[in-house]
Write a protein that binds this ligand. Structure first.
Ligand code: SAH
Ligand code: SF4
Ligand code: F3S
Length: 476
């Protein structure tokens, strides 16, 4: 899902206090790139290493260990990590004992090649191997370069309580599935994150309850395709379940309801929905509970059925538009966002225009837009020629961005004159006199600070807006 979508891309670890109240003696600098799942994984990593005597720091120079949790989704995501490794290399000249580890998707994609290509790297650790980090660190401390990139069919880290890094104390992520079984032809994720597996719903609900008790008021359930969540006891795959086992299992709609029932003041969001799997049952749960946010992120990728076919997305334009129609009729005031890729292999100008026309039909609140970047080993790399020139890909992207800018403005203007329940997240970035929060549809709302506290709900009447933000006053 979404590289750097919901997260400040420079977000770094902050000092954490261990359970016994002592700060760990060894210092860990942990930096994350990529999607929310990577940020969520970094919180697992911090937890595992806290038990091993590490506390996190955001001062790079004082770190004993530097870990970078990487993303491989597009070439530019990898280039940014390579660039960052150069900074670490300079530091290591003054501090030769400092250990550098690469974690996450790029580690999994490159495996031992990382050690050959980047001399500075001491450890390469894939997303399913974080429990092995203490052991890998001791190997590295002894001067051996350490690698563990084994993927697992079971690992969900469900028993590990994440250390919430750089959190605002109001919103937190909870991973509900790992991996992906979809094999979209452009996508590297199935290779970097392995097979899809669902996490025990009991541990998900317990984590949500614990967060609520600690003062959190919003959770986002994370998975590459949340709609395919299915818990059937021992992580059995749905293909091999009997009808009886299926009836006893928990699907995403049921999980969403279980989490919604934790407390009416705990907002629930989720990402990412997949058009081929999103059911009306899920939409009805969203409509039924006030605290399940009226917002669906439904990546379309392309508006052309032929392109969707070669992308191996499992739906066509009509199916997708039918899902949008279902959202709009079951949840009339729902915010909708998407992901779009321009210039996929053999995409014609007419097919690109079909993406534009689909956007005109839907009028998204928000979109994450990318030009196609060929990824090694993917189906598309093996089967199709990456034959759209980069200027054309970028030109199509610019067109898509322009259309979306217009639509975001239309959607935000449509919220002026209404009153929304807003969860207060903190002080507005632009003014100390204002607070900011979001409405259920995920639009940012700012309003005068007065005595409002973060983590509380206020009703805000919106009287004006900028191109991206609602501005209003608190009403009773
Ligand atoms: N699981 C989510 C998306 C995960 S990746 C889903 O299926 O919708 C996040 C987004 O990155 C994708 O939706 C897609 O728009 C984009 N993306 C993935 N691979 C890409 C590639 N090779 N080139 C350009 N964009 C890509
Ligand atoms: Fe990638 Fe497709 Fe899986 Fe999303 S659903 S992570 S795009 S393979
Ligand atoms: Fe996420 Fe990037 Fe991996 S988008 S799953 S961190 S390839």
């Amino acid at each position: 899902m979404f590289e750097n979508k919901t997260i400040d891309e420079n977000r770094q670890g902050e000092a954490i206090v261990l359970e016994d109240g002592n700060v760990g003696s060894k210092k860990l600098f942990l930096e994350s790139y990529g999607c929310a799942m990577n940020f969520s994984d970094s919180e697992i990593v911090a937890s595992i290493l806290a038990k091993d005597g590490y506390s996190t720091t955001n001062v790079l120079e004082e770190a004993d260990v530097v870990l970078v949790n990487t993303c491989a989704i597009r070439d530019n995501a990898e280039q940014r990590v390579r660039q960052r490794l150069k900074d670490f290399k300079k530091l290591k000249k003054n501090n030769p004992d400092m250990l550098v580890g690469v974690l996450g998707c790029m580690a999994e994609r490159l495996k031992t090649k990382f050690l050959e290509e980047e001399q500075i790297v001491d450890m390469v650790v894939g997303p399913d191997s974080y429990r092995d980090l203490p052991n890998l660190l001791s190997q590295a401390e002894e001067g051996h370069r350490a690698v563990n990139v084994l993927l697992s069919k079971e690992e969900t880290y469900s028993d590990i309580a994440p250390v919430r890094l750089s959190s605002n104390g109001v919103s937190a992520f909870i991973s509900i599935t790992r991996g992906c079984d979809n094999m979209c032809s452009f996508c590297v994720v199935p290779f970097t994150r392995g097979r899809e597996r669902s996490r025990d719903p009991k541990s998900i609900v317990a984590e949500a309850r614990d967060l609520f008790e600690k003062g959190y008021r919003e959770i986002t359930l994370l998975g590459q395709n949340v709609d395919s969540y299915l818990w059937s006891g021992g992580g059995l795959k749905k293909e091999i379940l009997t009808e009886e086992q299926k009836a006893a299992s928990v699907n995403f709609a049921q999980l969403l309801e279980m989490v919604a029932l934790v407390h009416p003041d705990l907002r629930v969001r989720f990402s990412t929905s997949h058009p081929k799997d999103m059911t009306d049952e899920v939409l009805h749960v969203i409509a039924k509970y006030e605290n399940v946010c009226k917002y669906v992120h439904l990546p379309v990728q392309s508006g052309s059925s032929r392109v969707l076919e070669i992308m191996n997305r499992g739906y066509d334009r009509e199916w997708y538009l039918n899902r949008i129609a279902a959202i709009k009729s079951i949840i009339p005031d729902c915010g909708i966002s998407t992901d779009v890729i321009t210039g996929f292999c053999s995409e014609t100008e007419e097919e690109h225009q079909e993406t534009i026309s689909l956007m005109q039909d839907v009028v998204y609140d928000f979109a994450y837009m990318f030009f196609y970047s060929e990824r090694p080993k993917t189906l598309a790399e093996r089967k199709y020629e990456d034959n759209i020139p980069e200027e054309v890909k970028k030109c199509r992207l610019a067109e898509v961005i322009d259309v979306q800018r217009e639509h975001s403005a239309i959607r935000i203007k449509g919220m002026v004159g209404k009153t929304y329940r807003v969860l207060v997240e903190g002080i507005s970035k632009k003014s100390d006199e204002m607070m900011m929060g979001r409405n259920s549809q995920n639009a940012v709302v700012v309003f005068p600070k007065e005595n409002h506290k973060k983590g509380t709900y206020v009703n805000v009447f919106v009287d004006e807006c900028t191109s991206t933000t609602l501005i209003g006053k608190v009403v009773v």
